[in-house]
Design a protein around this ligand. Structure first.
Ligand SMILES: NC(=O)c1ccc[n+]([C@@H]2O[C@H](COP(=O)([O-])OP(=O)(O)OC[C@H]3O[C@@H](n4cnc5c(N)ncnc54)[C@H](O)[C@@H]3O)[C@@H](O)[C@H]2O)c1
Length: 259
């Protein structure tokens, strides 16, 4: 219950696009259960409020900031709020990510730029905003939520997603290398086939949900989709002191899909 006791965490994308548990929502709830104070950041204020309310109902500490990662000021807003609330930041979890269907010939500049702005540039904005405080205190843990799509080809095309998520893998390593002397750790999660509202929203209307779930489970050697809790527990490990000597790694959460 105390793996993050006294830690101040910001989760970017702490809401969920639909009913049920998304990765960001589960991660926020789990971090709070482990003793962290949470700033739930999301462009959807109601979704962030729902997560914060749930945390408070369990006796945890959570506040909300409505911010869009495409806003150039978003990083500064997060950092200012963390300073005002708790005097700084120990953990940043960058969970925001959008999917856009389409291969190379179907993806125009506008769609490509939008996906990159949210999936990759937003992460850069956030990390740039939190690093000075983490450097000054000589500690910090950053977890980026990428995707197995960075390294594994699905049976459908979403090239902007795949390439932006690969960029996030490299960003995590660059941040790790630059900031190791400050005892700041930076790692990246590669979730595989995870059963979240994000996926349902992505394919909504195209596939019957039961068929979709069965097909996705059948892809995985362990015979099931992952859950948001599988992702949250991996994030918890990387954010906690149990990973004190781990930085610059890509952790696959994929039930053996790439084993
Ligand atoms: N579900 C899967 O199978 C799977 C697999 C691999 C990786 N992922 C990754 O997991 C993450 C998604 O997890 P989730 O289930 O919490 O997703 P989600 O789609 O429910 O998104 C979480 C929150 O992000 C917010 N958000 C979206 N765009 C934003 C923006 N521009 N600024 C601020 N907030 C924004 C949404 O409002 C939402 O509340 C993504 O990065 C996704 O790529 C998911």
């Amino acid at each position: 219950m105390n793996r993050l006791a006294g830690k101040r965490a910001a989760i970017i994308g702490a809401g969920s696009v639909g009913e049920g548990w998304g990765n960001g929502k589960a991660t926020a709830a789990l971090f709070a259960r482990e003793g962290a104070s949470l700033l739930c950041v999301d462009r959807n204020q109601d979704a962030a409020e729902a997560t914060a309310e749930l945390i408070r109902s369990e006796g945890g500490t959570a506040e909300v900031l409505a911010a869009d990662v495409t806003d150039h000021e978003a990083g500064a807003q997060v950092m200012a709020r963390m300073q005002a609330l708790w005097g700084g930041i120990d953990i940043l979890d960058y969970n925001v990510g959008i999917s856009q269907a389409g291969g190379v010939l179907d993806t125009d500049d506008e769609a490509w730029a939008r996906v990159f702005d949210i999936n990759l540039t937003g992460a850069m904005r956030m990390v740039r905003a939190v690093l000075p405080a983490m450097r000054a205190q000589k500690s910090g843990a950053i977890v980026f939520v990428s995707s197995l799509a960075a390294v594994y080809s699905a049976p459908y095309s979403y090239v902007s997603y795949e390439v932006s998520k690969m960029g996030l893998v490299r960003l995590a390593r660059s941040v790790a290398r630059e900031n190791a002397p400050y005892q700041i750790r930076s790692n990246v999660l590669l979730p595989g086939v995870i059963d979240t509202p994000h996926v349902t929203a992505f394919v909504d209307g195209e596939t019957d949900p039961a068929t979709l779930a069965a097909n996705r489970a059948a892809m995985v050697p362990m015979g099931r989709q992952g859950t948001a809790w599988d992702v949250a527990r991996a994030a918890l490990f990387l954010a906690s002191e149990e990973a004190a000597y781990i930085t610059g790694v890509e952790l696959r959460v994929d039930g053996g899909l790439t084993a």
